[in-house]
Design a protein around this ligand. Structure first.
Ligand SMILES: Nc1ncnc2c1ncn2[C@@H]1O[C@H](COP(=O)(O)OP(=O)(O)O)[C@@H](O)[C@H]1O
Ligand SMILES: [Mg+2]
Length: 317
């Protein structure tokens, strides 16, 4: 049972069942006698003057619930170590992450973003005065080539992802994109595809993955040949570079390999799938154990309340 000196780890979960439950069980069983207690976070109103109680919180759901995100930012300002950092996560989008990836030596498909197709709520014509029309589709297609992929810049779970083979298909997909901000990307025609966990900006697990298989079989219905060692090392390095540059302690990175070069396709997954039934027993056990160990390490560190120093800035005024 938790007492006053016990360090608490909270898990904020959504619909998923196996991973958060398994993680809490694993942490309490393995580290329970070591002053650590894990549990699900339970919230009502969040007051400025409250105490978050947790040394560490693992966030699996704040991308869907703004109240959770604000709570986590508040907890972080009270010294709770939040995985993943809610400020970094809030600042991200897929397009800008591609730009950052390139800066840290990771190959990415040529990518661009397009103005929203439909007007957003509470806007009118004048809100869009900064946009030039007609859009120069010719130049866009020349840049990315075909096939290309059109996807929301903040998507996940394959929502709104369309492969387009020519301008007509691109325009049809764009016309269907509603109020989303869409990213268009060069399609990487790959010989191998992998999905990697990156944990604690230190541990990497490379898993063969077949996006063409049915979703329950994507981790199983894969070619069995081993990955060539130099490619394996490059992918390990790239996962750590991406997680470090983007500030993620838990992430998955997908690579499509073309001509021996791994291109990072999808690497903004701060609450990545870790369900027993989709990733399979070995990957599941690895992610529970590795994540558990990282959260415990963080829980044992001294809690630090971030300081805001405005004195220098005020003196300049
Ligand atoms: N540029 C690309 N080149 C090749 N395949 C792609 C590309 N972009 C997306 N895909 C395919 O579409 C799938 C879903 O796209 P992804 O970017 O992973 O979106 P989500 O974040 O919704 O999972 C990928 O797993 C991959 O199979
Ligand atoms: Mg994906």
């Amino acid at each position: 049972m938790a007492n006053k000196s016990t360090k608490k780890i909270g898990v904020l979960r959504g619909m998923e069942t196996t991973f958060p439950d398994g993680l809490i069980h694993h942490i309490n069983e393995t580290y329970g006698n070591d002053g650590i207690h894990a549990e699900f976070v339970q919230l009502d109103a969040v007051r400025m003057d409250g105490d978050p109680e947790y040394a560490v919180i693992l966030d699996r759901i704040s991308h869907e619930i703004p109240f959770y995100r604000s709570y986590l930012k508040w907890a972080a300002l009270q010294g709770t170590y939040v995985v993943n950092n809610p400020f970094w996560w809030s600042a991200d989008d897929k397009f800008i992450d591609n730009v950052i990836a390139e800066r840290v030596g990771v190959a990415v498909p040529k990518s661009l973003i397009l103005p929203h197709k439909e007007h957003l709520p509470n806007t009118d014509e004048t809100t869009y005065r900064n946009l030039k029309y007609p859009i120069d589709w010719e130049a866009i297609c020349t840049y990315t080539g075909f096939p290309a992929f059109l996807k929301p810049f903040d998507g996940g779970g394959w929502r709104g992802v369309t492969k387009v083979n020519n301008l007509d298909e691109l325009l049809a997909a764009y016309n269907d994109s509603g109020t989303d901000c869409m990213m268009l990307q060069e399609g990487i025609e790959y010989t191998e595809y992998v999905r990697c966990y990156g944990i604690g900006r230190e541990h990497v697990r490379i898993m063969k993955y077949n996006p063409a298989a049915q979703d329950f079989a994507r981790y199983f219905d894969v070619p069995q040949e081993p990955i060539e060692p130099a490619l394996f090392e490059k992918m390990e390095r790239d996962v750590l570079a991406l997680c470090t540059a983007l500030g993620y302690d838990m992430n998955t990175v997908e690579f499509a390999v073309r001509d021996g070069i791994p291109y990072a396709i999808d690497f903004m997954n701060p609450a990545p799938d870790a369900d027993y039934h989709s990733v399979g027993q070995e990957n599941y056990e690895w992610v529970v154990k590795t994540m558990g160990q990282f959260l415990v390490e963080k829980a044992k560190e001294e809690r630090e309340i971030p300081a805001f120093s405005v004195d220098d800035a005020l003196e300049v005024v």
